[in-house]
Design a protein around this ligand. Structure first.
Ligand SMILES: [Zn+2]
Ligand SMILES: [Zn+2]
Length: 155
């Protein structure tokens, strides 16, 4: 009974209301401007930037959120970080924004906005400043830094 209910919930979160995943549809992402793309990941600007620079890195494979990850995804997540760091550094230089205190992390279910795994890559300052709280781990696990996630996937 519980499994069935859980499965239902899971199916609900997989798709957006129109039945299509917005991040699986690259033509939609292209409108925000793709900054980097390879066979595994895509990097682009967040449509609703909450800091001086706010990029997203997503896997091309549809993965719902961090709870769907296991040790087999370690290399993929590590690659997302490598790409995120490189692209964000380049954007910092291009926009003359400090690359100190860069933030890389994920929201965790049910605090996820789009049901396709996306790594937030952020160069502060946050705008407005209280958006900092959205990208900070708390007791209710709304957010996880990529470093912590990689540690968890390793063990
Ligand atoms: Zn998707
Ligand atoms: Zn998010």
């Amino acid at each position: 009974m519980f499994t069935r209910w859980k499965k239902k919930l899971f199916e609900m979160t997989i798709k957006s209301p129109n039945g299509e995943c917005v991040f699986c549809d690259l033509s939609q992402i292209k409108t925000s401007g793709i900054l980097y793309e390879d066979e595994r990941v895509v990097a682009f600007r967040d449509r609703r930037p909450r800091a001086a620079l706010h990029l997203l890195v997503i896997p091309k494979e549809h993965i719902v959120n961090t709870s769907a990850l296991n040790c087999s995804h370690f290399e993929l997540v590590e690659h997302m970080l490598t790409v995120g760091k490189r692209v964000l550094q380049e954007e910092c230089v291009a926009n003359q924004i400090s690359s100190k205190n860069l933030v890389f992390g994920f929201h965790q279910y049910p605090f996820t906005s789009v049901d396709h795994l996306h790594l937030h890559c952020i160069a502060p300052p946050f705008m407005p400043f209280y958006n900092r709280l959205r990208y900070r781990a708390t007791w209710f696990s709304n957010y996880i830094s990529i470093e912590t996630l990689l540690e968890q996937l390793k063990s």
